[in-house]
Design a binder for this molecule. Sequence first.
Ligand code: 13P
Length: 255
Amino acid sequence: MRSFVGANWKMNGSGVEGLAYLERLKDSDVESEPVDVVLFAPFTLLPVLAEDAREAGISLGAQDLYWQDRGAFTGEISTSMLLEAGCSWVIVGHSERRNLFGEDDELVRLKLIAALRAGLRAVLCVGELLEEREAGRTEEVVKGQVLRALEGLEEADPDRVVLAYEPVWAIGTGRNATPDEAARMHGLIRSWLSDMIGEMGAKDTRIIYGGSVNPENAPDLMTREGIDGALVGGASLGASSFLQIIRSCCHHHEH
Ligand code: 13P
């Protein structure tokens, strides 16, 4: 299985910075690494970066989408707009969308279906809040998110969907889940997937970890069984730290 590493820039970056960043990835020959690298840039940067991303051998993704294809939805972006902008991936259900902008499981599912039907690939994010973890509800919460997004969804094959486990208390806090705890949650997610889509599909689905991944903790996280890559926020903004994380994931692949 090829590892997957995503840079989620969130609401950061500019065209000039983005082009310089892609130049660095190109010079570092990221293309030859046995890992799928995707840059999730803000909407306005997608067409600006599309050509250089292709030259650097990485894919471009959006951080969100709307499920309707057109119409009176002020401020929203459709799948055909993303495709035209040069995107092949999209994030759905990021915790910031869920918690800051009120997205529920039903909307996340509609977005996932729209993305897959349009031919985009998707990173589906799940993860519990600190208060849910402290109340002993982590497994129930994450299982609910996985099931409500994916149950009965025929389009959700391992080629087109990556799951990201991102415990909300670990995002942007500098406090990552321990590799043991991340691996335990990944194992559980894979077992729920297996119940839904069968053992083969679950085995082939990449489950990546997100939440304060950086060049220091990546080697330990990425060598754990069942952790197939990373979704990186803060540490993806600089090309050199993101490159180090990419390389940690490649070593995982060689084992
Ligand atoms: P940080 O790496 O900044 O904690 O963000 C993680 C994340 O939300 C990636 O989607």
